[in-house]
Design a protein around this ligand. Sequence first.
Ligand SMILES: [Ca+2]
Ligand SMILES: [Ca+2]
Ligand SMILES: [Ca+2]
Ligand SMILES: [Ca+2]
Length: 474
Amino acid sequence: MIQSSLLPRARTSRGRLPRLRAASVAAGVVLAVCPAPLLLAAPASAAAAKHYDDFNGDGYRDLALPYAYNGIVDGTVSFSGGAVLVTFGGPKGLTTKTQLVHQDSPGVPGAGEDNDQFGGALASADLDRDGYADLVVGNPSEESGKTPVGSVTVVWGSAKGLKGGTALPRKGGGGFGRDIATGDFNGDGRPDIATVSASDVLLYRGGFTKSGGLGKVSVYDREGQGWYADSLAAGKVTGDGKTDLVVVGVRGIGSTFRTEAWFLKGAAAGLSSGPAKVIDSKPHERLDAVIGDFDRNGYGDIAVGNPNASGGRGSVTLWYGASAGPGSRSLSFSQSTAGITGASEADDAFGTSLAAGDADGDGYGDLAVGVPGETVGKKSASGAAYLFRGGSGGLKGSRSAVFDKTLPGVAGGTAAQDYFGYDLRLRDLDRNGRADLAVAVPGGNTVRILPGAKGGVTGAGSIVLRETGADLPE
Ligand SMILES: [Ca+2]
Ligand SMILES: [Ca+2]
Ligand SMILES: [Ca+2]
Ligand SMILES: [Ca+2]
């Protein structure tokens, strides 16, 4: 039995499973123009956390990942319905110090129940600006009575780690919290929370307080367009300092449905509806999207993964940013695109996961793309990932490299159904100016951290985060 919370959803009956959603790194992904993800902090507040993911305020970034659904840890802690595992950082990167947060943790609202998906979406920011980053956790199947409605919980950072929580008031019909993004969308210097509920996007504008203060709440929809908002990516596309939002979802036109990305520009009054782009002529849910400045022109560029394209071969659509928002400049690429090593095969699922960050430290944003269905040697679905290095003109196949668990320095051999690359994050954990790549390996029940390096990521110095002690529900 595979023991992991990160199993590909296609392989399980449990439906939507936690992923390291791109939204979780929303605030800091435009690394090329904004090396510090610190612009969330209010200029007026010297006390706000330096990093949006430093939960214990010690100056070192911490990594929060979705954990198993049900488990017993060290024989003492049990939970059900999902948990978040936080690994704390230190001067040289991640340490062995961890914390498990779930709905039965002291002060966290609600109770863990079998059908919950606590950790199904994650984001963070120092919402109350007390110097400790706070974790925002989605639980899209949280029940009210017997109706699954979803929940979003803020778990507060402190010197001792995450402690206590506050539930955001729910609005709308269902699936509340199935994706979450943070950023300063209205440019008032205070971080905001964007999430989805039913078919709508919700914006909670802050400032947030532990006693429940959350500022104005706004609801956004593409009125009259049969729109269902599904996943989110946040970043700075227009270069005006405010965080912008991209919503990937499904649009119904007559009796047909297609997948679109909808751009919403950050504005003083909240979010302002912008252009939409067709991603696929068929409807798909749970597509991953990120924003990074791949051509270093000061405008964040939007990448949307579509692992369903061409019979599950997969593709990624790039939609380049500009001062007025994303425009006509776009391209789509796959493993069949010239200059890209590898070949598109059915069920490779290229684009299942995306991450943006500057892995080689050259100032251009880079894009990591997961291909969890890739066959390695004769091991089916062993999985792989690509790094597309940004540069003049943006992303090019000639600046890409593919790697898998056979990369020298990466522990362990390849195995079938490892799904290496099922989920990804790029962030500088060891503080050397190069973003490190976290790669989920669901079949191995691990997350691998590959250090950023000149020329891309490397296996040298890679570490294994192992999820242990978890029992999976059947
Ligand atoms: Ca820390
Ligand atoms: Ca805080
Ligand atoms: Ca750009
Ligand atoms: Ca780069």
